[in-house]
Design a protein around this ligand. Sequence first.
Ligand code: GDP
Ligand code: MG
Length: 445
Amino acid sequence: MNNDTISAVATANGIGSIAIIRISGDRALSIAKKITCKQDFSPRYATLTNIYDFNNELIDEAIVIYFKAPHSFTAEDVIEIQCHGGFVVAQSILRATISHGARVAQAGEFSKRAFFNGRIDLTQAEAIASLIEAKSQDAMKILSAQMKGALREYIENIRDEIIHILAYSEVAIDYAEEDLPQDLVMQIEAKLQELKKSLASTLLASRSREGLIRGFKVAIVGKPNVGKSSLLNAMLKYNRAIVSDIAGTTRDTIEEQLRIGTHLVRIVDTAGIREANDAIERIGIERSLGAIEDSDIVVAIFDSSREADEEDNKILDLLSSAKDKHKVYVKNKIDLEQKFFNNEIVFDIELNVRGSVDALVLKLEEIMNGSNASDEIMLISQRQIGAVENALRCIDEAFEPLKYQELEIFSFSLLEAIKEIASITRPFENDEMLEKMFGSFCLGK
Ligand SMILES: Nc1nc2c(ncn2[C@@H]2O[C@H](COP(=O)(O)OP(=O)(O)O)[C@@H](O)[C@H]2O)c(=O)[nH]1
Ligand SMILES: [Mg+2]
């Protein structure tokens, strides 16, 4: 049990009608009594009470709720104070709790205590952290299911299945003269294939739905003067970027946020990609290439009023090397005389940016919705993805020794796979990783 008591303002820093201060630890209740001058609090009851500072001067009238250990988020004694919002009140109450012996919590420290006290596992902690930053309703659905333990259940189920197989192998090793019966070997092999398939499809689904969690990023790319900035402006419905017929007008990337359907999307207008002599333009072009790299969806625009040339082909090459991105090919300026012919391109959308861009917006929405596959199990962090990749490798390595009945090696590979899988929910020992993970949390969460 941690014997120091932590305190933090749990709500965002800004103007709002209420703010919440959270205190957790052995002294939470006694601090609450001191700052309210109350004799006691009943667990789970909301009490309207005055709050006083260290010199007994009134700070605010607030609601205090006592969550008695272990029935609280951290499994410790927790006090929540709902006071008036704004910049001053919550900070004054925080100071009062500190003057009575609490210490200011570090980022993520409440969640960290919840983890160490066994209230939540790491998938749940990560889901809470991501839920706070969720960019779409679909993301919210997945994350709230994971907060309730959906991913943990899936992962623990896989872990148990491997442990089960390991048990057979260990028994056979103990009775060294005997090989595993052939039909059992086949059953184990089939089971391992099944687990492998399940993990691989979760991995694939998670990768293609990455944008769902952190928000989709759309990069608009193309040669200079094809209408990229005009498209950004049309989507935003105001003139954000400078549009001109001078090639090379947009020299830097411009990023804006936009709501499409239920998604909050970051959309990036880029400098036109061409061979440039100008140093600044070249830097802009480098950034355009970076924007493709960072994006989930690339919108590639071509100007249909000009003849196709070598530079269009270069852009096509560039796009074909960006393999794991969704790509949308747009033919622009269809209001002008058509001179662009290139058999390699199958256009998804044809438009005149000065008219309506609704068709493109619909197409983007379709792609983003399509990323929301039916099953809701999804790995939501690089940490989780890395562990599943490692586990898959260990499972792969297990097939060969199984075939030749080298059971010690087989067991070793399974054990490694189990460790990797277990690390997703509750690693055995890895303080450094935990510090890093919880450090990225917000205060008071
Ligand atoms: N007629 C016509 N002109 C367009 C269309 N889209 C863009 N333009 C014009 O093409 C020029 C270049 O547009 P801009 O958006 O700056 O291109 P960017 O360099 O790709 O960002 C400007 O003069 C625009 O007004 C279109 O669909 N039809
Ligand atoms: Mg531009």
